[in-house]
Design a protein around this ligand. Sequence first.
Ligand SMILES: [Zn+2]
Length: 408
Amino acid sequence: MLKKYIRTFLLFLNCAAYIYGQTDYLIFNAINKVSVDSLKANLRILTGIDSFYNNGQYKKITSRHKECPGNVYAREYLIAKLSSYGLKVDIEEFEEDGENIIALQKGRAASNSYVIICAHYDSMPPTGYAPGADDNGSGTAAVIEAARLISNYDTKYSVVYALWDNEEQGLRGSNYYATNAALRGDSILAVINLDMIGWDGNNDFKADLHSDGKPLTSLLADEIISINKNYLINLNIELVYPGTTRSDHYSFWLQNYPAVLLIEDFYSPKETPNDFNPFYHSPLDQMWRINYDFYKKMTQLALAAISFRAEIFAEEGQIPLVNILYQNYPNPFNSSTVISYFLANDGNAKLKIFDLTGKEVASLVDRYHVKGLYQINFAAEGKLASGIYYYALITESGSEIRKLLFLK
Ligand SMILES: [Zn+2]
């Protein structure tokens, strides 16, 4: 069943307030913790920049292709990582040389229904150096990041963090899993497949969401598009239907499970030329080429979508909720800009603007707030001179500060 999205909308002068439910607070909180440093640390190991230590020796992954020792090393590293979050990790062997990594976070209320976040961990080309940073170190590290964060919460439904082997040989790992899931009669509520989520060569934040157009997949895709907006992730998502059959979500389509592919602007039929990663399947698919602003948002969207579907929850006090001050948009701006802030508790809150010397130049908000998300439209024209300013959210629990740039 789809959870109903409950949101109250209030309008003040130049200010909108959104009062969310408890699950939403937890999702805001979880996606705010997605860390580029943590994604990078995993990519450094998956692409062979850093070694890792396991079973008494240091190992370096120069290729994750199925014929290479790095494929085995990658598996050792990923298993250790997922286990470190307290998840039960199984290896699913298939054919003569394939090994999927399946980590389970058991649901508290309906553990026989599964929400799956997945990516293939093998890489190309078949010989020599194959760092596969975007394809698909990016998806793999995002699944690890989701496991790191969601494992702190309870979930109603079970969450499966799956990393497929031998995708590059014809979706062999995911096909084995999906076929057996269907034979077992597994109830799979949603599959989110991440394959190449780090390339944005033109900084347009455009991403593709691939659907097979069946009713349950369409509902899932619509839900993800709403989540992108409601949790202020703000990627530029294009729904692609009919979607490509060239990644692991297709194995689930074949078994009539609801599944989507989230991918950078790779296949999109409507735009020519696409923002295709020119280093795809080459030794030049290296992590310094990743657009980390884009990659972070892609990870946040996947994490929010999984948390929403699995219905994360927490006991009072289990997760300390924090206030969030968002980057203003647009920025730089020449007349007005929107500042959003999220308050985790009821109480007084102030939003003020300071110049670089620390002198207060404007007070935008100073009043009691009910916890929730607030957006204020700030018209700077006639009030400020061109330049860089700080804006601060000040509450009893502390303050958050960001910079904005006003250009007349
Ligand atoms: Zn791939």
